[in-house]
Design a protein around this ligand. Structure first.
Ligand code: FAD
Ligand code: EPU
Length: 353
């Protein structure tokens, strides 16, 4: 229901109440937002804030496509969707090009645009769902690339100071699936655009898993074939959210003390592991979960994907709580079997602290 329309010259500002978020989260959870505000022009936000004097008292949630969210209940507050379009080259020199994209641009369309122009640096991140704004929050990563290495700056609007500003990547506290936007600036800084620095002469990154072999099967190693290979690998093991609700990896890959990793390795010589910072080792959460016999598990409509144990699935009408409860059981069994604590990667909305 539209509860408030502010007539402006185009576009209009619309605030919806009791708004269903089912199409705004890839788990397809039927949660409702008390208020929902989506805008496409940055100045519409200022107008919205000016006209809704009560907004500082509302709970807030900023969303993109909802591909990393799990709603446990209805959201008793304001959901803001800065659906700002536009891709433009803001600078270029002999070796690089700086691309600015609006927060609402679909991430994979930006990757496609870059690959089409033969600009390298994000091709391994093909087919990751979501919008550009969230890539800078989540520090998305896949197949040996992390977006923090390509982000130059992030611009947005701070709901506490009511100012617009731009942050350099070095100030965004990037780490594995982490950033300042998930911590101090969470639900406070609305990202409106991101500038990415891409390469005109690019060194390909092909050392993850089968990526090199899969690219070679397609012919020459170039950006287009790497993108195709990544898409092929992803489609072969990750469920399409349009078919089965999911949010990709439900947990982060745990980074543990190397001494514990050595002990586990002695007992499980085939355990996948990756070097991390000094004295630490990263384990594959999917492997740990599979060893606890969860792969393919299903209870009602909540389950663990049969090809990727790190992905929890809504097969139809599971509630957020059913998926969340399953995730807690999985954590507990990994803790019991390996002494390793799993941390959720998905943003759980409505979790009591
Ligand atoms: P949302 O889920 O809407 O939001 C994510 C977080 O960002 C929330 O905390 C939200 O509050 C915040 N946020 C969103 N937009 C803004 C904004 N404009 N300003 C401020 N805060 C904002 N991720 C990977 O890293 N690698 C993968 O390989 C990968 N594979 C996936 C595969 C599948 C099938 C699925 C469903 C998900 C996968 N993901 C992966 C997770 C997900 O796609 C990413 O986290 C993505 O960046 C989320 O984008 P979104 O627009 O959907 O953000
Ligand atoms: N594995 C298993 N069983 C499983 C799943 C995985 O044994 O059910 C093993 C694999 O055999 C492999 C290792 O675990 O040895 C790693 O598996 P995979 O390459 O599939 O990657 P992942 O660690 O499970 C991470 C990211 C993905 C990203 C891929 C590719 C995290 C939390 N997840 O998954 O990101 O696409 O690598 O780079 O870091 C996401 O964040 O949503 C996501 C999908």
């Amino acid at each position: 229901m539209i509860c408030y329309i502010c007539p402006k010259i185009i576009p209009m500002i619309r605030v919806y109440s009791d708004f269903s978020l089912k199409k705004y989260n890839t788990f397809n959870i039927d949660s409702k937002a008390k208020y929902y505000f989506e805008y496409t022009e940055p100045e519409d936000l200022a107008e919205f804030l000016m006209r809704n004097k009560e907004w500082p008292f509302w709970q807030r949630l900023i969303i993109g496509e909802g591909s990393n969210l799990l709603f446990l209940n209805d959201f008793d507050g304001l959901v803001i969707n800065p659906n700002i379009p536009g891709i433009q080259v803001v600078h270029e020199d002999r070796n690089n090009v700086w691309l600015e994209a609006g927060a609402g641009v679909v991430w994979d369309q930006l990757v496609d645009f870059a690959v089409f122009h033969n600009w390298g640096g994000i091709e391994n991140l093909s087919l990751i769902p979501g919008k550009v704004g969230a890539t800078a929050v989540q520090n998305i990563g896949a197949y040996g690339m992390e977006i923090q290495n390509r982000i130059e700056s992030v611009s947005g609007f701070d709901l506490e100071t009511l100012t617009e500003y731009t942050m350099e990547a070095r100030d965004c506290q990037y780490a594995y699936r982490d950033s300042i936007f998930k911590n101090q600036l969470k639900d406070r800084f609305i990202i409106t655009s991101v500038v990415f620095k891409l390469d005109k002469f690019h060194e390909f990154v092909l050392n993850y898993g089968d990526l090199k072999a899969e690219t070679e099967k397609l012919g020459n190693i170039n950006l287009r074939n790497i993108r195709k290979a990544v898409i092929g690998i992803r489609e072969s093991k990750l469920p399409d959210p349009k078919v089965y609700g999911n949010a990709g990896s439900f947990f982060k890959n745990p980074v543990i003390e190397s001494s514990l990793a050595e002990k586990l390795l002695a007992e499980n010589p085939k355990m996948p592991r990756y070097p991390a910072s000094e004295g630490k080792t990263k384990l594959a959460a999917g492997w740990l979960i599979e060893q606890c016999d969860w792969k393919g598990f299903r209870r009602g409509d909540a389950g663990v994907h049969e090809k990727q144990a790190l992905v929890l699935v809504n097969y139809g009408n599971a509630t957020g709580k059913e998926i969340y409860d399953l995730s807690k059981e999985i954590c507990q069994s990994v803790q019991n079997k390996f002494g390793v604590e799993l941390e959720r990667e998905v943003n759980v909305i409505g979790e009591s602290k």
